[in-house]
Design a protein around this ligand. Structure first.
Ligand SMILES: [Zn+2]
Length: 450
């Protein structure tokens, strides 16, 4: 990312900074400096800007917070010269780089599903995937600005979007009916090395036997899951998948069992949304069609989307989703690792680089996906629980959002003995830990009012 941030890009960062502080009041005091030369007038806020490219050799950290565009390694984040506040490093560009999705548009290597890979991310490189670094930046800026306002007797206060940290629970409904028998073909492929496997041949074989014994037993049912969540005082979002290709669902949005599912969810004030079909992430027409179909069947007007397999091309997919009329997307998490793909634990907006403007559609970051923990990372249940606790602690610092994706068929007690109890424990612990459970649409309503 070479060159200085332009005015639109600076506005983009201030738009998000505005969640936490009313920047309008202090905007008249702000100067963006390209030369690090400061004039003498006091009552100024100077943001020093960098025109350098990101340079691995040059990145350094202050109090464990990496600065991607540092200017002078001797200096702290900010300092005061009398009443003048000076940000010594380009913290705005660092925030822009992470939040806007810039790193994804410049990376050409994708995985077999067309996805940006965690291994290519700056988060992986500098080990901050599980820290919402942009929230840390904004916190530092907010503190500095409050300090400035006090010194200069300017009436000015910070804001709070959410009074408590937020827990958003969601299910991607790849299959409506899941029985243990449905796991067998995949396990057989694993046994014959046709699919990657973490387990030994003997373990896979034993599992196949267990699946055969439970052949017709359901892995989940809607009533069971609804009851479980209602008992735990939790509501969730079900993202429904149409059957557009053989990579998609085995049910259609319009068939009877889907309509029954939708009615039940609506009755209990749960939310429904679209699980974008396999090829829809590059196709506005498909995105629009599935949304209109679901709207027609359900009579739900406002809905969010998560793309199947997390297939997504930033920001093209979100631009198409926006055109198709979705309120929010919640695809952006790393498949391979829990954490923050845009280093932010609030709803945010992506940036349209071609037209230099902020997108309208919201992005609710996806923080934790079941498959990331147990398949990609190969964690044991107790390790997964600890991982979620650690991430929750980070999010709690900022009253941010913990988004969990748990597939409705991820209660496979053969492969993961005790996973249902773990799930219950996660729901209980998250609420006991002070999180408020919201639906995606509710979280966005609050941030829009802010
Ligand atoms: Zn899916």
């Amino acid at each position: 990312m070479q060159g200085y941030l332009n005015n639109d890009q600076i506005d983009y960062i201030f738009y998000h900074l505005n969640f936490f502080i009313d920047t309008e009041k202090i905007r008249p005091f702000i100067y963006f400096s390209k030369e690090s030369t400061n004039n003498d007038a006091s009552k100024q806020i100077i943001f020093n800007l960098s025109n350098k490219k990101i340079d691995a050799e040059n990145i350094f950290s202050i109090k464990n917070i990496p600065i991607l565009f540092p200017l002078n390694k001797e200096k702290p984040f900010y300092s005061f010269e009398k009443n003048k506040l000076i940000f010594n490093h380009d913290i705005l560009k660092s925030a822009f780089f992470l939040l806007s999705g810039y790193q994804e548009i410049t990376c050409t290597e994708k995985d077999s599903l067309g996805r940006f890979m965690h291994k290519n991310s700056i988060q992986k490189k500098y080990s901050f995937t599980t820290k919402p670094i942009v929230n840390y930046y904004f916190k530092i800026i907010t503190e500095a600005l409050l300090d400035f306002s006090k010194k200069n007797k300017i009436k000015f206060a910070s804001k709070q979007v959410y009074k408590k940290p937020v827990f958003i629970l969601s299910h991607d409904v790849d299959r409506i009916k899941t029985r243990y028998s449905s796991k067998i073909p995949f396990k057989i492929k694993q046994f014959f090395n046709l699919k990657p496997a973490r387990l030994t041949k003997k373990q896979i074989f034993n599992n196949i036997i267990k699946y055969l014994l439970k052949f017709n037993q359901k892995i989940w049912s809607l009533n069971w899951l609804l009851e479980l969540e209602i008992t735990h005082n939790v509501r969730s979002v079900f993202f429904l998948l149409d059957n557009d290709s053989d990579k998609d669902s085995r049910y259609s949005l319009k068939e009877k069992k889907t309509i029954e599912l939708i009615n039940k969810l609506k009755k209990h004030k749960f939310n429904i949304g679209i699980h974008g079909t396999y090829n829809s992430y590059k196709n506005e027409k498909k995105l629009k069609k599935i949304k209109e179909d679901l709207q027609e069947i359900s009579n739900v007007k406002t809905m969010g989307i998560r793309q199947h397999y997390l297939r997504c091309e930033v920001p093209r997919t979100q631009i198409l989703q926006q055109k198709a009329g979705y309120l929010y997307d919640t695809t952006l998490g790393f498949a391979e690792h829990e954490g923050f793909r845009n280093s932010f634990c609030y709803p945010f907006k992506l940036y349209d680089f071609e037209n230099d403007k902020t997108l309208d559609i919201w992005e609710i970051p996806l923080v934790i996906m079941d498959g990331s923990l147990f398949e990609y990372r190969g964690l044991e249940l107790h390790q997964a629980k600890k991982t979620i606790n650690n991430i929750s602690a980070e999010i709690k610092k900022f009253n941010g959002i913990l988004t969990i994706l748990w597939h409705n068929d991820y209660f496979d007690e053969v492969q993961y003995k005790g996973i249902t109890n773990l799930y219950k424990q996660i729901l209980k612990d998250t609420l006991d830990n002070g999180f408020q459970n919201l639906l995606g649409t509710e979280a966005i309503k609050i941030i829009e009012k802010n």
